[in-house]
Write a protein that binds this ligand. Structure first.
Ligand SMILES: [Zn+2]
Length: 446
Protein backbone atom coordinates (compact mmCIF):
# COMPACT_ATOMS: atom_id res chain seq x y z
CA UNK A 1 0.00 0.00 0.00
CA UNK A 2 1.61 3.23 -1.18
CA UNK A 3 0.03 5.79 1.11
CA UNK A 4 0.41 3.87 4.38
CA UNK A 5 -2.12 2.05 6.49
CA UNK A 6 -5.60 3.41 7.04
CA UNK A 7 -7.01 3.58 10.58
CA UNK A 8 -10.77 4.26 10.71
CA UNK A 9 -12.25 4.96 14.13
CA UNK A 10 -15.96 5.31 14.66
CA UNK A 11 -17.08 7.08 17.86
CA UNK A 12 -20.78 6.24 18.09
CA UNK A 13 -22.83 9.41 18.57
CA UNK A 14 -19.86 11.76 19.11
CA UNK A 15 -20.16 15.38 18.00
CA UNK A 16 -17.69 18.27 18.08
CA UNK A 17 -20.12 20.16 20.39
CA UNK A 18 -20.22 17.23 22.84
CA UNK A 19 -16.41 16.84 22.83
CA UNK A 20 -15.67 20.56 23.11
CA UNK A 21 -15.83 20.93 26.94
CA UNK A 22 -13.41 18.01 27.36
CA UNK A 23 -11.08 19.40 24.69
CA UNK A 24 -11.10 22.74 26.51
CA UNK A 25 -10.28 20.98 29.80
CA UNK A 26 -7.28 19.36 28.11
CA UNK A 27 -8.73 15.85 28.53
CA UNK A 28 -8.51 14.94 24.82
CA UNK A 29 -4.90 15.60 23.78
CA UNK A 30 -4.91 13.00 20.99
CA UNK A 31 -8.20 14.07 19.39
CA UNK A 32 -7.17 17.74 19.72
CA UNK A 33 -3.86 17.13 17.96
CA UNK A 34 -5.67 15.27 15.14
CA UNK A 35 -8.06 18.22 14.79
CA UNK A 36 -5.28 20.79 14.69
CA UNK A 37 -3.33 18.92 12.02
CA UNK A 38 -6.13 17.41 9.89
CA UNK A 39 -9.26 18.19 7.96
CA UNK A 40 -12.54 17.98 9.85
CA UNK A 41 -16.08 19.21 10.29
CA UNK A 42 -19.64 18.22 11.01
CA UNK A 43 -21.15 15.24 9.22
CA UNK A 44 -24.83 15.18 8.39
CA UNK A 45 -26.55 11.84 8.64
CA UNK A 46 -29.24 10.25 6.50
CA UNK A 47 -32.81 9.93 7.76
CA UNK A 48 -33.84 8.17 9.91
CA UNK A 49 -31.16 9.43 12.32
CA UNK A 50 -30.19 6.01 13.44
CA UNK A 51 -27.10 3.80 13.33
CA UNK A 52 -28.11 1.05 10.88
CA UNK A 53 -29.45 3.06 7.89
CA UNK A 54 -26.40 5.30 8.16
CA UNK A 55 -23.97 2.38 8.36
CA UNK A 56 -25.72 0.87 5.34
CA UNK A 57 -24.81 4.11 3.58
CA UNK A 58 -21.28 4.06 4.96
CA UNK A 59 -20.64 0.57 3.63
CA UNK A 60 -22.31 0.93 0.22
CA UNK A 61 -22.13 4.67 -0.59
CA UNK A 62 -25.88 4.61 -1.29
CA UNK A 63 -28.91 6.15 0.40
CA UNK A 64 -31.28 4.00 2.53
CA UNK A 65 -33.89 3.85 -0.28
CA UNK A 66 -31.28 1.99 -2.37
CA UNK A 67 -29.60 -0.21 0.26
CA UNK A 68 -32.98 -0.88 1.93
CA UNK A 69 -32.06 -0.54 5.64
CA UNK A 70 -34.23 1.92 7.59
CA UNK A 71 -33.86 0.58 11.13
CA UNK A 72 -33.62 -2.89 12.77
CA UNK A 73 -35.77 -4.91 10.40
CA UNK A 74 -35.06 -6.04 6.87
CA UNK A 75 -37.89 -5.66 4.35
CA UNK A 76 -38.73 -8.76 2.39
CA UNK A 77 -41.13 -9.45 -0.45
CA UNK A 78 -44.73 -10.72 0.09
CA UNK A 79 -45.28 -8.56 3.18
CA UNK A 80 -42.68 -10.25 5.34
CA UNK A 81 -39.95 -8.76 7.49
CA UNK A 82 -36.73 -10.26 8.68
CA UNK A 83 -36.26 -9.10 12.25
CA UNK A 84 -32.61 -8.15 12.24
CA UNK A 85 -30.53 -6.41 9.60
CA UNK A 86 -26.95 -7.48 9.02
CA UNK A 87 -24.15 -7.81 6.50
CA UNK A 88 -26.28 -9.97 4.19
CA UNK A 89 -28.98 -7.25 4.04
CA UNK A 90 -26.63 -5.09 1.95
CA UNK A 91 -27.46 -5.75 -1.68
CA UNK A 92 -24.56 -3.91 -3.32
CA UNK A 93 -20.83 -4.49 -3.05
CA UNK A 94 -19.51 -2.64 -0.01
CA UNK A 95 -16.30 -0.62 -0.14
CA UNK A 96 -14.43 -3.27 1.97
CA UNK A 97 -15.43 -5.89 -0.64
CA UNK A 98 -14.13 -3.65 -3.42
CA UNK A 99 -10.91 -3.15 -1.46
CA UNK A 100 -10.76 -6.90 -0.75
CA UNK A 101 -10.95 -7.67 -4.50
CA UNK A 102 -7.86 -5.48 -4.95
CA UNK A 103 -5.98 -7.48 -2.31
CA UNK A 104 -6.36 -5.16 0.71
CA UNK A 105 -6.60 -6.84 4.09
CA UNK A 106 -8.81 -5.52 6.86
CA UNK A 107 -9.04 -5.78 10.62
CA UNK A 108 -12.48 -4.79 11.89
CA UNK A 109 -13.75 -4.69 15.47
CA UNK A 110 -17.46 -4.27 16.25
CA UNK A 111 -18.33 -2.24 13.15
CA UNK A 112 -22.16 -2.10 12.85
CA UNK A 113 -23.85 -4.45 10.36
CA UNK A 114 -20.84 -6.79 10.15
CA UNK A 115 -22.85 -9.76 11.51
CA UNK A 116 -22.87 -12.53 10.30
CA UNK A 117 -19.12 -12.01 10.31
CA UNK A 118 -18.29 -10.52 6.93
CA UNK A 119 -16.05 -12.97 5.04
CA UNK A 120 -13.50 -10.37 4.09
CA UNK A 121 -9.83 -10.77 3.55
CA UNK A 122 -8.62 -10.26 7.11
CA UNK A 123 -9.83 -10.51 10.69
CA UNK A 124 -13.41 -9.52 11.51
CA UNK A 125 -14.98 -9.27 14.98
CA UNK A 126 -18.64 -8.64 14.19
CA UNK A 127 -21.08 -6.47 16.10
CA UNK A 128 -23.73 -8.82 17.45
CA UNK A 129 -26.73 -6.55 17.93
CA UNK A 130 -29.40 -8.51 19.87
CA UNK A 131 -27.85 -11.84 18.92
CA UNK A 132 -25.73 -13.84 21.27
CA UNK A 133 -23.90 -15.99 18.83
CA UNK A 134 -20.65 -17.71 19.68
CA UNK A 135 -19.74 -17.39 16.01
CA UNK A 136 -19.06 -13.70 15.77
CA UNK A 137 -15.68 -13.70 14.07
CA UNK A 138 -14.12 -14.38 10.72
CA UNK A 139 -12.26 -16.68 10.66
CA UNK A 140 -14.52 -18.57 13.11
CA UNK A 141 -11.58 -19.86 15.23
CA UNK A 142 -10.71 -16.27 16.17
CA UNK A 143 -13.65 -16.17 18.67
CA UNK A 144 -12.08 -18.90 20.81
CA UNK A 145 -8.68 -17.23 20.59
CA UNK A 146 -10.19 -13.93 21.83
CA UNK A 147 -11.98 -15.68 24.69
CA UNK A 148 -8.82 -17.38 25.85
CA UNK A 149 -6.89 -14.10 25.59
CA UNK A 150 -9.51 -11.71 27.11
CA UNK A 151 -11.79 -13.99 29.15
CA UNK A 152 -15.30 -12.66 28.76
CA UNK A 153 -15.66 -10.80 25.46
CA UNK A 154 -18.59 -8.35 25.63
CA UNK A 155 -19.77 -7.19 22.20
CA UNK A 156 -21.70 -3.90 22.27
CA UNK A 157 -25.38 -4.12 23.19
CA UNK A 158 -28.26 -1.60 23.18
CA UNK A 159 -28.72 0.10 26.57
CA UNK A 160 -25.66 -1.74 27.84
CA UNK A 161 -25.06 -1.61 31.61
CA UNK A 162 -28.06 0.68 32.29
CA UNK A 163 -29.50 -0.53 35.63
CA UNK A 164 -33.24 -1.41 35.57
CA UNK A 165 -35.10 1.49 37.20
CA UNK A 166 -32.18 3.87 36.71
CA UNK A 167 -29.37 5.01 38.98
CA UNK A 168 -30.08 4.53 42.69
CA UNK A 169 -27.41 7.02 43.71
CA UNK A 170 -24.27 8.69 42.42
CA UNK A 171 -22.30 5.51 43.15
CA UNK A 172 -24.42 3.45 40.71
CA UNK A 173 -23.97 6.21 38.10
CA UNK A 174 -20.19 6.01 38.61
CA UNK A 175 -20.35 2.21 38.24
CA UNK A 176 -22.18 2.65 34.92
CA UNK A 177 -19.49 5.06 33.66
CA UNK A 178 -16.77 2.63 34.78
CA UNK A 179 -18.41 -0.20 32.80
CA UNK A 180 -18.53 1.99 29.69
CA UNK A 181 -14.82 2.76 30.24
CA UNK A 182 -14.13 -0.99 30.47
CA UNK A 183 -16.03 -1.46 27.20
CA UNK A 184 -13.83 1.16 25.49
CA UNK A 185 -10.67 -0.40 26.94
CA UNK A 186 -11.65 -3.91 25.84
CA UNK A 187 -12.58 -2.73 22.32
CA UNK A 188 -9.21 -0.98 22.06
CA UNK A 189 -7.34 -3.97 23.52
CA UNK A 190 -8.96 -6.43 21.06
CA UNK A 191 -8.04 -4.14 18.17
CA UNK A 192 -4.46 -3.77 19.45
CA UNK A 193 -4.15 -7.55 19.79
CA UNK A 194 -5.35 -8.14 16.22
CA UNK A 195 -3.15 -5.38 14.83
CA UNK A 196 -0.05 -7.17 16.09
CA UNK A 197 -0.82 -9.95 13.62
CA UNK A 198 0.98 -9.57 10.31
CA UNK A 199 -0.08 -7.98 7.04
CA UNK A 200 -3.16 -5.85 7.03
CA UNK A 201 -3.88 -2.49 5.39
CA UNK A 202 -7.14 -1.14 6.83
CA UNK A 203 -8.16 -1.15 10.48
CA UNK A 204 -11.70 -0.27 11.45
CA UNK A 205 -12.70 0.06 15.12
CA UNK A 206 -16.16 1.00 16.38
CA UNK A 207 -16.29 2.45 19.89
CA UNK A 208 -19.92 1.91 20.84
CA UNK A 209 -19.88 3.04 24.50
CA UNK A 210 -20.12 6.75 23.53
CA UNK A 211 -23.76 6.04 22.53
CA UNK A 212 -25.21 4.47 25.72
CA UNK A 213 -23.18 6.89 27.85
CA UNK A 214 -24.75 9.91 26.15
CA UNK A 215 -28.26 8.41 26.09
CA UNK A 216 -28.16 7.81 29.84
CA UNK A 217 -26.10 10.78 31.03
CA UNK A 218 -26.58 13.62 28.56
CA UNK A 219 -27.60 15.86 31.50
CA UNK A 220 -24.01 15.59 32.75
CA UNK A 221 -22.50 16.36 29.33
CA UNK A 222 -24.38 19.62 28.76
CA UNK A 223 -23.73 22.40 31.32
CA UNK A 224 -26.97 24.11 30.23
CA UNK A 225 -29.11 21.10 31.25
CA UNK A 226 -31.29 21.67 34.38
CA UNK A 227 -30.00 18.40 35.92
CA UNK A 228 -26.29 19.16 35.23
CA UNK A 229 -23.83 18.61 38.06
CA UNK A 230 -20.15 19.55 37.98
CA UNK A 231 -19.28 16.43 39.99
CA UNK A 232 -21.12 14.15 37.54
CA UNK A 233 -19.47 15.95 34.63
CA UNK A 234 -16.05 15.01 36.01
CA UNK A 235 -17.07 11.33 35.89
CA UNK A 236 -17.98 11.73 32.22
CA UNK A 237 -14.64 13.46 31.64
CA UNK A 238 -12.89 10.25 32.86
CA UNK A 239 -14.73 8.30 30.17
CA UNK A 240 -13.66 10.64 27.36
CA UNK A 241 -10.11 10.72 28.71
CA UNK A 242 -10.03 6.88 28.51
CA UNK A 243 -11.41 6.99 24.96
CA UNK A 244 -8.74 9.50 23.92
CA UNK A 245 -6.02 7.31 25.46
CA UNK A 246 -7.36 4.22 23.65
CA UNK A 247 -7.27 6.14 20.34
CA UNK A 248 -3.71 7.24 21.09
CA UNK A 249 -2.63 3.63 21.74
CA UNK A 250 -4.09 2.47 18.42
CA UNK A 251 -2.34 5.26 16.52
CA UNK A 252 0.90 4.33 18.28
CA UNK A 253 0.42 0.65 17.37
CA UNK A 254 -0.58 1.23 13.74
CA UNK A 255 1.50 4.26 12.79
CA UNK A 256 -1.05 4.86 10.05
CA UNK A 257 -0.64 6.87 6.88
CA UNK A 258 -4.14 8.20 7.48
CA UNK A 259 -6.42 8.38 10.53
CA UNK A 260 -10.18 8.87 10.08
CA UNK A 261 -12.60 9.63 12.90
CA UNK A 262 -16.30 9.75 12.28
CA UNK A 263 -19.75 9.39 13.80
CA UNK A 264 -23.05 9.09 11.98
CA UNK A 265 -25.08 11.15 14.47
CA UNK A 266 -24.68 13.47 17.43
CA UNK A 267 -26.70 14.02 20.62
CA UNK A 268 -28.98 16.57 22.24
CA UNK A 269 -31.26 16.70 25.30
CA UNK A 270 -34.46 14.67 24.90
CA UNK A 271 -37.60 16.83 25.06
CA UNK A 272 -40.07 13.95 24.83
CA UNK A 273 -40.59 10.39 23.62
CA UNK A 274 -43.54 9.62 21.41
CA UNK A 275 -45.31 6.29 21.95
CA UNK A 276 -45.53 5.29 18.29
CA UNK A 277 -47.68 2.18 18.86
CA UNK A 278 -50.30 4.31 20.60
CA UNK A 279 -50.08 6.98 17.91
CA UNK A 280 -50.65 4.36 15.20
CA UNK A 281 -53.60 2.84 17.04
CA UNK A 282 -55.19 6.24 17.81
CA UNK A 283 -54.92 7.41 14.18
CA UNK A 284 -56.40 4.23 12.72
CA UNK A 285 -58.71 3.08 15.55
CA UNK A 286 -57.33 -0.41 15.21
CA UNK A 287 -54.13 -2.38 14.76
CA UNK A 288 -53.99 -2.94 11.03
CA UNK A 289 -52.55 -5.94 9.23
CA UNK A 290 -49.31 -5.43 7.33
CA UNK A 291 -48.25 -2.27 9.21
CA UNK A 292 -45.05 -2.44 11.24
CA UNK A 293 -43.19 -0.03 13.47
CA UNK A 294 -39.43 -0.06 13.34
CA UNK A 295 -37.81 2.59 15.52
CA UNK A 296 -38.07 5.79 13.41
CA UNK A 297 -39.64 4.12 10.36
CA UNK A 298 -43.09 2.66 9.63
CA UNK A 299 -43.65 0.03 6.95
CA UNK A 300 -47.04 -0.33 5.26
CA UNK A 301 -47.46 -3.37 3.04
CA UNK A 302 -49.45 -1.78 0.22
CA UNK A 303 -50.64 -5.03 -1.42
CA UNK A 304 -53.32 -5.45 1.25
CA UNK A 305 -56.37 -3.69 -0.21
CA UNK A 306 -57.52 -1.91 2.95
CA UNK A 307 -54.02 -0.49 3.44
CA UNK A 308 -54.46 1.79 0.40
CA UNK A 309 -55.39 4.86 2.43
CA UNK A 310 -53.41 4.07 5.57
CA UNK A 311 -50.13 5.64 4.49
CA UNK A 312 -51.76 9.05 3.89
CA UNK A 313 -53.73 8.91 7.15
CA UNK A 314 -50.59 8.10 9.11
CA UNK A 315 -48.51 10.84 7.48
CA UNK A 316 -51.20 13.43 8.25
CA UNK A 317 -51.62 12.22 11.83
CA UNK A 318 -47.89 12.10 12.54
CA UNK A 319 -47.20 15.54 11.13
CA UNK A 320 -49.98 17.16 13.15
CA UNK A 321 -48.83 15.74 16.52
CA UNK A 322 -47.96 18.34 19.14
CA UNK A 323 -46.13 18.10 22.44
CA UNK A 324 -48.84 18.78 25.05
CA UNK A 325 -46.39 20.58 27.35
CA UNK A 326 -45.05 23.08 24.80
CA UNK A 327 -47.53 22.97 21.91
CA UNK A 328 -44.66 22.47 19.44
CA UNK A 329 -44.75 19.93 16.60
CA UNK A 330 -42.99 16.67 17.42
CA UNK A 331 -42.32 15.51 13.88
CA UNK A 332 -40.83 17.94 11.39
CA UNK A 333 -41.84 15.71 8.53
CA UNK A 334 -43.07 12.18 7.94
CA UNK A 335 -41.43 11.35 4.62
CA UNK A 336 -42.47 8.76 2.15
CA UNK A 337 -39.08 7.12 1.49
CA UNK A 338 -39.64 6.88 -2.25
CA UNK A 339 -40.09 10.69 -2.34
CA UNK A 340 -37.19 11.38 0.01
CA UNK A 341 -34.76 9.06 -1.73
CA UNK A 342 -36.35 8.75 -5.19
CA UNK A 343 -36.41 4.96 -4.93
CA UNK A 344 -37.18 2.10 -2.54
CA UNK A 345 -35.81 -1.38 -3.18
CA UNK A 346 -39.17 -2.99 -2.26
CA UNK A 347 -41.97 -1.09 -4.11
CA UNK A 348 -44.69 -3.18 -2.42
CA UNK A 349 -43.85 -1.43 0.85
CA UNK A 350 -44.69 2.19 1.68
CA UNK A 351 -41.85 3.22 3.96
CA UNK A 352 -42.56 6.26 6.16
CA UNK A 353 -39.36 7.81 7.49
CA UNK A 354 -39.81 10.03 10.55
CA UNK A 355 -37.83 13.24 10.81
CA UNK A 356 -38.29 14.33 14.41
CA UNK A 357 -37.87 17.92 15.55
CA UNK A 358 -34.72 18.31 17.62
CA UNK A 359 -34.99 16.63 21.02
CA UNK A 360 -37.91 14.36 20.14
CA UNK A 361 -37.80 10.67 19.43
CA UNK A 362 -40.22 7.77 19.15
CA UNK A 363 -40.42 4.21 20.46
CA UNK A 364 -42.70 1.21 20.19
CA UNK A 365 -44.73 1.31 23.38
CA UNK A 366 -47.63 -0.15 25.28
CA UNK A 367 -51.02 0.81 23.79
CA UNK A 368 -52.29 1.74 27.27
CA UNK A 369 -49.29 3.97 28.03
CA UNK A 370 -49.54 7.76 27.44
CA UNK A 371 -48.77 9.18 24.00
CA UNK A 372 -45.84 11.19 25.36
CA UNK A 373 -43.27 10.43 27.95
CA UNK A 374 -41.01 13.00 29.55
CA UNK A 375 -37.56 11.84 30.58
CA UNK A 376 -36.37 11.86 34.17
CA UNK A 377 -32.58 12.18 34.58
CA UNK A 378 -31.06 9.26 36.51
CA UNK A 379 -34.28 7.24 36.11
CA UNK A 380 -34.80 6.89 32.36
CA UNK A 381 -32.34 5.83 29.68
CA UNK A 382 -33.16 8.36 26.94
CA UNK A 383 -32.00 11.61 28.55
CA UNK A 384 -30.07 12.30 25.38
CA UNK A 385 -31.30 11.53 21.89
CA UNK A 386 -29.78 11.52 18.40
CA UNK A 387 -29.33 14.59 16.20
CA UNK A 388 -28.41 14.58 12.52
CA UNK A 389 -25.00 16.15 13.23
CA UNK A 390 -22.13 13.71 13.65
CA UNK A 391 -18.47 14.43 12.97
CA UNK A 392 -15.67 13.53 10.55
CA UNK A 393 -11.91 13.99 10.45
CA UNK A 394 -9.07 12.86 8.19
CA UNK A 395 -5.50 13.35 9.35
CA UNK A 396 -2.46 12.19 7.40
CA UNK A 397 0.58 13.27 5.44
CA UNK A 398 -0.31 15.90 2.86
CA UNK A 399 -3.78 16.62 4.28
CA UNK A 400 -4.01 20.37 5.01
CA UNK A 401 -5.18 21.55 8.46
CA UNK A 402 -8.69 22.80 7.91
CA UNK A 403 -11.77 22.66 10.15
CA UNK A 404 -15.47 23.34 9.84
CA UNK A 405 -16.06 21.62 6.49
CA UNK A 406 -19.58 20.27 6.25
CA UNK A 407 -20.03 16.88 4.59
CA UNK A 408 -22.40 13.92 4.52
CA UNK A 409 -22.00 10.22 5.25
CA UNK A 410 -22.17 9.37 1.52
CA UNK A 411 -18.88 11.21 0.89
CA UNK A 412 -16.88 8.92 3.19
CA UNK A 413 -16.82 5.71 1.06
CA UNK A 414 -15.53 7.43 -2.12
CA UNK A 415 -12.93 9.27 0.00
CA UNK A 416 -11.72 5.97 1.49
CA UNK A 417 -11.60 4.21 -1.91
CA UNK A 418 -9.73 7.16 -3.38
CA UNK A 419 -7.15 6.97 -0.61
CA UNK A 420 -6.73 3.25 -1.31
CA UNK A 421 -6.39 3.92 -5.04
CA UNK A 422 -9.49 1.81 -5.80
CA UNK A 423 -11.81 3.09 -8.52
CA UNK A 424 -15.02 4.57 -7.11
CA UNK A 425 -18.02 2.78 -8.65
CA UNK A 426 -20.66 4.84 -10.39
CA UNK A 427 -23.42 3.73 -8.00
CA UNK A 428 -21.81 5.53 -5.08
CA UNK A 429 -23.66 8.79 -4.66
CA UNK A 430 -21.14 10.92 -2.77
CA UNK A 431 -17.94 12.67 -3.85
CA UNK A 432 -14.47 12.21 -2.45
CA UNK A 433 -13.40 14.86 0.04
CA UNK A 434 -10.53 17.01 -1.28
CA UNK A 435 -7.87 15.60 1.06
CA UNK A 436 -5.09 16.01 -1.48
CA UNK A 437 -5.15 17.97 -4.69
CA UNK A 438 -4.09 14.80 -6.54
CA UNK A 439 -7.15 12.79 -5.47
CA UNK A 440 -9.53 15.53 -6.63
CA UNK A 441 -9.01 14.25 -10.15
CA UNK A 442 -10.26 10.74 -9.12
CA UNK A 443 -12.76 9.57 -11.73
CA UNK A 444 -15.78 7.33 -11.28
CA UNK A 445 -16.22 4.42 -13.65
CA UNK A 446 -19.12 4.28 -16.06
ZN1 LIG B 1 -28.22 5.67 20.21
Amino acid sequence: MNNGKLLILSLDGASWEGLKPFQEQGKLPIISSLVSSGMSGPLSSMLPTFTYPNWGSFWTGQNPGRHGIFAFKELRSRGRLHQLVGWNSLKLPTWPELAHSRGFKMVSVYAPLTYPPAKLNGLIVADQHMRNSRNFTHPARLAGELRSRFGRVCPPKSEQFFPPGGFRDSESMREFVQKQIQSVLQTGAIAEYLLKKPSWDICMVHFFATDPLQHALWHLMDSGHPAFSAEGHQEIAKFFEALDTAIGRLIEEVKPGMVTLFSVHGFTATRGILNLSRCLFDSLDRKPRGVFLDCKAIYVYNKIRENGAITDILIQALQSLKDPSSGSHVIRRAWLAKELYGFVSFPEWDVIVLEFNEGYTGRDGDLRAPLFKMCRPNRDYLIGTHTRKGLWLFCGKGVPARGGLQTGILDLPPTILNYLGVTVPEYMEGSPLPLFTSVMSGQKTE
